[in-house]
Design a protein around this ligand. Sequence first.
Ligand code: PAF
Length: 285
Amino acid sequence: MKIATTIPEVRAQVAAWKKEGLTVGLVPTMGYLHEGHASLVDKAVSLCDRVVASDFVNPTQFGPGEDLEAYPRDFDRDCALLEEHGCDLVFHPAVEEMYVPNAATFVEIQSDMPKQLCGQTRPTHFKGVCTVVSKLFNIVTPDKAFFGQKDAQQLAIIRRMVRELSYGIEIVGCPIVREADGLAKSSRNTYLDPAQRKAALVLSQAVFLGQRLVQEGERDARKLVSAMEAHIKGEPLARIDYVSAVDGVTMEPVERIEGDVLVAMAVYIGKTRLIDNFVVEESAL
Ligand code: PAF
């Protein structure tokens, strides 16, 4: 596996692959990789001839007072995981390589979509995500790019950005990977002390409860969300940021569980904000 820290190095390698007629997959990450990221790399390896992973903690997607400085980093461990899973090139740029001084060009969806769900408490987050992802698309020019369903709003926003900016890139969404006890894998799980780690199970428990209620026929979004909230509120270490049922494409709140619906949540366990979700597909109703 090659390591590139500059944009020209990535461009040269990708150009050489394309000259050979090889397809390229991109797995964008912020590092501190876990099995969720590994599943994205595995999927990319299965669908593309060559796989590039980016490992970059993107400052523009963190708001003031968020965990940019504290965000966990372990590049050597990341490289070992990426190599083991068949990644061909890791792009690990410095902030100065990705952002010229006083950069003032951003990519932003100007609708309510990035203001829903996580956007309520992280109003600039998706502007930073769209900007860095579109830069990575321009640098790597992949055929396919791989994103986790755990960040469901991010996935929906990137699909829209790709459609509206005419990127010729296929976006592949990959399922949530969970610990054996249900907790969705996240780099932020590392912040949790043992009591918080136990308390964090309320998120996946609320997901499983919500899925069961829908299976049993609950179609009233408010009742569904209330039942999930009641479960989370039973955990003293948990504080709800939001639990919402939204349209799976537009992220607009829904009243009925009909069509493709995303039921998503963000919950603070101590100071750590965790997210989880499930999708109800129309075909399953
Ligand atoms: O999902 C993430 O880890 C990040 O938001 C992404 C897509 C790598 C952009 O920095």
